[in-house]
Design a protein around this ligand. Structure first.
Ligand code: RM4
Ligand code: MN
Ligand code: MN
Length: 397
């Protein structure tokens, strides 16, 4: 059903495909309402690394684990040696370093945008510490999500807060070692409900640019209003050499953190298409970091992660089926229906047999979810962790 040329293209794309998984995806987290504790959830950093290693063993494409400083390195730089030991014992490397500026009571009125200079200094120090942790671990990305904002018109100065933010981000950028990348994430609302200091990609882009050349924008697919054309934002950020990475997940209403592709798989396909289009031009494009930002409350955590990774691979494979040369010809000729059919046709192909072939060639289980079930890992961790999980829930934004 697939030509040799198509198979070659898909395998080439899959060879280059990797996606980072988040440590917080394995821990018990909660909603603003009920908290449904899972007996198998990771309770320690050791258990998070163990779960990540299991996902990587089954999929072969998740070599790095995103770390959250507050939750995973509560003692900051002092915890680096522990993480290094876990990297060595599990074969999973530390991925993006995520500072936390949204939980401390001091950040009630903001962190780097707080009107209180002392709070701003403390927040900036945490960002700089996070850069140092990343550097000590040899992790490339320091990923900033700033929850700052306000809830009522007139209660905060949007303009003065821009200035404070620029100052903090410039200081953070100045601490970066060569090769480190600072990612600026945006989100339209929540936890703030009137104005959020970094609300969209334009603000994130301007802040990244004013911070310096090692700062780029991070696109979280759940952080847009309904109907936003995310792939167009992606195309623009690539055009401007400002796309640093993704937090993949899906959404129906707001920042739902649902499983990637569960609501709109075509959107992820279209985003991947923009990446692959740029790659097909061969102009030395440094691919952005693909990361998952999901934490499931109802689905089993390891299961959900394996499902997500497999879905991402399948959608990437589908996008790689688009014949870029042919598509460009049809676009130039304004052959609308033919162009759309070529594009849509790739999306509708069932690439799962091909992806399974690729996995077999790489000594991986062809069906990672089935392999997870058969391997008994979830049963094992449920036994080991159920008593520890009977107690409580760690927090989550
Ligand atoms: C935010 C955002 C960040 C994530 C936090 C916990 O909505 O997506 O990336 O780290 O949630
Ligand atoms: Mn995110
Ligand atoms: Mn989010």
């Amino acid at each position: 059903m697939f030509s040799t040329e198509q198979q070659g293209r898909v395998f080439g794309a899959l060879d280059a495909f990797a996606i980072e998984i988040p440590s917080w995806g394995f821990a018990n987290t909660g909603t603003r309402f009920g908290k449904f504790v899972q007996a198998a959830a990771a309770t320690t950093i050791e258990e998070k690394f163990a779960d990540a290693a299991e996902v990587n063993r089954l999929t072969g494409v998740t070599p790095t684990l995103a770390l959250h400083v507050l939750w995973d390195l509560p003692n900051g730089l002092k915890d680096v040696s522990k993480i290094k030991a876990l990297e060595a014992s599990t074969g999973v490397a530390a991925g993006s370093i995520n500072p936390n500026l949204f939980q401390d009571a001091e950040y009630k009125f903001g962190s780097i945008c707080n009107p209180d200079a002392e709070v701003r200094a403390k927040a900036t120090e945490h960002l700089v510490d996070s850069v140092e942790i990343g550097n000590a671990l040899g992790a490339r990305e320091v990923s900033l999500w700033i929850a700052d904002g306000s809830n009522y018109p007139g209660t905060q100065s949007v303009r003065r807060r821009i200035g404070w933010m620029k100052e903090a981000l410039a200081t953070t950028h100045a601490a970066l070692a060569p090769g480190q990348v600072m990612l600026v994430e945006y989100k339209p609302f929540e936890p703030a409900f009137y104005h959020t200091d970094i609300a969209d990609w334009g603000m994130a882009l301007e802040l990244a640019r004013s911070a310096g050349p090692q700062a780029k924008v991070l696109v979280d697919t759940g952080h847009h209003y309904q109907g936003t054309n995310i792939e167009q934002i992606v195309a623009w950020l690539i055009e401007l050499d400002a796309l640093g990475g993704f937090h993949f997940n899906d959404r129906k209403y707001a920042d739902d953190d649902l499983t990637l592709g569960s609501i709109d798989p075509y959107q992820i396909f279209r985003i991947f298409h923009e990446i692959l289009f740029e790659q097909s031009r061969g102009a030395g494009f440094a691919p952005p970091a693909f990361m998952i930002d999901q934490s499931h409350n109802l689905k089993g955590k390891v299961e959900a992660m394996v499902q997500t990774v497999a879905t991402a691979q399948e959608l990437y494979a589908k996008a790689s089926l688009v014949d870029q040369t042919k598509l460009a010809e049809l676009q130039d000729a304004c052959s609308l229906v033919e162009a759309e059919e070529l594009f849509r046709g790739a999306f509708w192909q069932d690439v799962r047999p091909l992806v399974q072939e690729w996995r077999k060639e790489h000594g991986l289980p062809p069906e990672p979810l089935a392999a997870l079930r058969e391997g008994g890992y979830v049963e094992k961790i449920t036994e080991e962790r159920k008593a520890k999980n009977a107690g409580g829930v760690s927090s989550y934004a």
